[in-house]
Design a protein around this ligand. Structure first.
Ligand code: BES
Ligand code: ZN
Length: 870
């Protein structure tokens, strides 16, 4: 046993030393699905680039046979077995020491190893399913961000690209898939050896293998790429929608990036146990069932849209991420921000009637929400340790990333932007890139100072609120960092300001690159800044400009995106104590006759959030407040009705679900009654037309609202539906509704149910959103079960959801203290950032509660709104 100090020089480094670079992996894996273990061997062709006796690479949770570690360089007459093989688990590296210096130039490293098919949904893991009534295991890989090292020793960094020649040895009756097409299959007794074509060069986090029993549906693109969707036996029909989206999307991206899809085949597969939503492995994309399968009868419109956007997102990575890969995790947003943005482009191309670019504003909102915390981080974030990577797959990398891309596209123009992206893909294909490489092509194509403009958005956290006021015939603009806490930060940005004045024909724009600037008063009926919400910032209008805009909302003079933006900015300002709640509520009244889905959806979200905070601030106001919200939402509810209309739009179907779920949550009696009636019908007949998928969640929420300890029938029936369905979308719908009950004892039962084997570990997070009355129970439950939770979920990113879902809804300083005390001895690097952010949210809520309590005339205003006659 060598002591670790000997290899101190290689330890605690964010990146591996580069004495050797891998060129090709010849990887053999043999999973044992019964014993849940695997063995393997790998030959890695290396280029030794500097004088060394050591090879240092990544490995974790593996046993390496020390005698198998050999370096061979035939041309140099070198063939040596390592004199020392040391695994340093805390650094997830292996050090191989040789007696002599390795010859510079090409050579091959041989080694064999074994490991466990774990149940942690990362590395090489097992997922369980039933086939013909028998419980079975399948073997699946999930390597991003840094878990290929749990399957085979490798240079597990995105910049260490190499080719992969993979061979799987598996039971002969199983389907075995990998990144590339099969080139050879040999059956010997009960085993078969499947070998796959060598891949183009790629990063280790994109390597994949799946072994199990599956059905598939197949199609091909116009240029002959074979596309398949694999799923559990009997569900092949549910793969057809995703298959169709995939084939169309590949065509779209080929044109947009001016580069064809780079592999001969694309497989997509539904995995029953899957931590993320989906993973873009090169040529073998893995998905949660909910993100890939669509059932004509039992999936909702929201499920359909989710499948389409997830597929479009993962396929975007085949170019942005797989062909051109970020140089290091600091540039993760190049992968995720871009894939998110491009997925809207594809969805819009295939389903123009979804008005998906309006829905994109939800991405901005979520980006702005996280980035309004002082505990946010810059888009380009320093990564010093593999353990820190998981937490940056967050709304900053995805949503702020996508939003600043949209901002830039809108500034430069769509055509220039597309040409530059295509150039970027061609220039860096089969290689790596950094953020500045992208700015470079955009500068070349547009002639604009992109680097200067964008650095302020990607290298510092946060964003500005631009205050606009009319003084002495001048329109004055002033920027200040926006923080949801109401404090002012000291950041400054280069802000692309756009405004339209009284009509969309009259537009102006300029770059605000200092603290403040003024332009001549355009003297118009109304002025909307940040046209179509293309910029990643908030706008605060003076009273006079606000009043004119409220009128413009009511008179429907503004675009849907602008109506959305005015509401969303006002909500954010109100939360930060910069706008009285009464002004926000008055504005919300102007949206009563709003026709557009996305705007209404935001109105619904804002209503729920305001209702929750007011309940904490001043419960006496609640009756009137609920009355007002019900009044506002009822206009649309009556238009849309409980029953789908023949040939209605996708957006109406989406709206129906959200509207009635919120009316149920607000305790709207008619909705509760209607829901209960329909639920009874559904229990009699699961195919009743009275409970179409789009309103199921709403109805389940309504059912749970009525459940108490002495009246458990609805709860019991919902559990029965949960147990009987084999559709995971239905299961998550139910899990998402169970916590809406107001009886704390029932909430506790629900939470305990989550920890039983009946709920897959991937799905527990859906059950954590509990009613306001269940908050304390949930917090105590989290504390009491922390050890178990931390042991079960602590090695993945799902643990962060326990913290954020349960902690952040609170709104008192006492809770801040309690949470801090509890976690003082229990925090670890994988939850540190989320914990700080959740605590900051509680502080923001607490401050918000105070400001609501201190707002004079609020009660009068709410009462007036509640009884307003329309
Ligand atoms: N690359 C990610 C998957 C991933 C996420 C790996 C976190 C490791 C950690 C994938 O492309 C992705 O972004 N998936 C999303 C779905 C997407 C539509 C936003 C997800 O898993 O939620
Ligand atoms: Zn992604």
């Amino acid at each position: 046993m060598a002591d670790n100090n000997k290899y101190e020089q290689f330890r605690c480094k964010p990146r591996l030393p580069k004495f050797a670079t891998p060129k090709k992996y010849n990887l053999k894996l043999k999973p044992d699905l019964t014993a849940c273990t695997f063995s393997g061997s790998v030959e890695i062709s290396l280029d030794i680039v500097s004088d060394t006796r050591f090879i240092v690479l990544n490995a974790a949770d593996l046993t390496i046979d020390p005698k198998s570690v050999r370096f061979h360089s035939p041309s140099k007459g070198f063939d040596e077995v390592a004199v020392e093989v040391e695994l340093i688990e805390s650094d997830e590296i292996a050090v191989f020491e040789f007696a002599k210096s390795l010859p510079i130039g090409l050579g091959v490293l041989f080694l064999s190893f074994c490991g466990t098919l774990n149940d942690q949904m990362k590395g090489f893991y097992r997922s369980t399913y039933e086939h013909n009534g028998v419980k079975k295991n399948m073997a699946v890989t999930q390597f991003e961000p840094a878990d290929a090292r749990r399957c085979f020793p490798c240079w597990d960094e995105p910049a260490c690209k190499a080719t992969f020649k993979i061979t799987l040895e598996v039971p002969s009756e199983l389907v075995a898939l990998s990144n590339m097409p099969v080139v050879d299959e040999k059956v010997e007794g009960s085993l078969k050896t499947v070998s796959y074509q060598e891949s183009p060069i790629m990063s280790t986090y994109l390597v994949a293998a799946v072994v199990g029993v599956f059905d598939y549906v197949e199609d091909h693109t116009s240029d002959g790429i074979k596309v398949r969707v694999y799923c559990q036996v009997g569900k092949a029909n549910q793969g057809k929608f995703a298959l169709d989206v995939a084939v169309k999307t590949l065509g779209l991206y080929k044109d947009y990036f001016e580069t064809p899809y780079s592999l001969p085949k694309l497989d997509m597969i539904a995995i029953p146990d899957f931590a993320a939503g989906a993973m873009e492995n090169y040529g073998l994309v893995t998905y949660r069932e909910t993100a890939l399968l669509y059932d004509d009868k039992h999936s909702a419109a929201a499920n359909k849209q989710r499948v389409a956007t997830v597929v479009a997102h993962e396929l975007a990575h085949q170019w942005f991420g797989n062909l051109v890969t970020m140089e290091w995790w600091t540039h993760l947003w190049l992968n995720e921000g871009f894939a998110t943005w491009v997925s809207y482009l594809a969805a819009d191309g295939i389903f123009p009637e979804w008005k998906i670019w309006t829905q994109f504003l939800d991405e901005c909102t979520e980006g702005l929400r996280l980035d309004g915390l002082s505990e946010s981080h810059p888009i380009e974030v320093e990564i010093n340790h593999a353990g820190e990577i998981d937490e940056i797959f967050d709304a900053i990398s995805y949503r702020k990333g996508a939003s600043v891309i949209r901002m830039l596209q809108s500034y430069l123009g769509a055509d220039v932007f597309q040409r530059a992206l295509a150039k970027y893909i061609k220039r860096h294909a089969c290689s790596n890139a950094k953020t500045e490489d992208l700015w470079a092509v955009l500068e070349e194509e547009s002639g604009e100072p992109v680097n200067k403009l964008m650095n302020s958005w990607t290298k510092q956290k946060g964003y500005p609120v631009v205050s606009v006021s009319l003084k002495d015939n001048k329109l004055e603009f002033e920027q200040m960092q926006f923080l949801s806490s109401g404090s002012a930060g000291d950041g400054q940005w280069v802000v692309p300001i756009t405004l339209c004045c009284g009509s969309y024909e009259s537009k102006k724009s300029f770059l605000l690159d200092k603290k403040s600037q003024a332009i001549n008063d355009p003297a118009s009926r109304w002025i909307k800044i940040n046209v179509d919400q293309a910029g990643f910032y908030r706008v605060k209008y003076d009273e006079h400009l606000s009043a004119k805009l409220r009128y413009a909302v009511e008179s429907k003079s503004l675009s849907a995106m602008d109506r959305y933006g005015i509401l969303d900015d006002s909500f954010a300002l109100s939360m930060a104590g910069q706008l009285p709640l009464s002004s926000l509520l008055t504005l919300m009244g102007a949206y009563r006759e709003e026709p557009e889905y996305t705007v209404l959806s935001n109105l619904i979200t804002v209503s729920s959030k305001v209702a929750r905070i007011v309940a904490d601030a001043d419960n006496k106001l609640m009756d009137h407040l609920k009355m007002f919200f019900i009044n506002v939402l009822q206009y649309s509810a009556e238009r849309i009705g409980f029953d789908p209309k023949h040939g209605e739009s996708h957006l109406d179907a989406l709206l129906r679900g959200e509207l009635f779920a919120t009316l149920a949550m607000l305790g709207h009696e008619e909705t509760l009654k209607e829901a209960s009636k329909r639920f009874q019908e559904f229990l009699e007949d699961r195919n009743t037309p009275l409970l179409p998928p789009d309103i199921r969640r709403a109805v389940y929420v309504a059912v749970m609202k009525k459940v108490t300890v002495s009246n458990r029938a609805g709860f019991i029936s919902l559990l029965k539906v949960y147990r009987e369905t084999d559709l995971s979308q239905e299961k998550t719908r139910i899990l998402g509704a169970l916590g809406s009950c107001s009886d704390p004892d029932i909430v506790l039962e629900v939470l305990n149910f989550l920890l039983t084997p009946e709920v897959r570990s991937q799905d527990v997070v859906f059950g954590l959103a509990v009613s306001r009355d269940g908050r304390d129970v949930a917090w105590n439950w989290l504390k009491n079960n922390w050890e178990h939770i931390s042991n079960t979920w602590g090695r993945g990113f799902l643990i962060t959801r326990f913290v954020s879902s349960i902690v952040s809804p609170f709104s008192s300083y006492e809770k801040v203290k309690e949470v801090e005390e509890f976690f003082a001895t229990r925090t670890k690097s994988s939850i540190a950032r989320t914990l700080k952010q959740s605590i900051e949210r509680v502080q923001i809520n607490a401050k918000w509660v105070e400001s609501i309590r201190n707002e004079t005339n609020l009660a009068d205003c709410v009462q007036e709104l509640a009884y307003r006659k329309y």
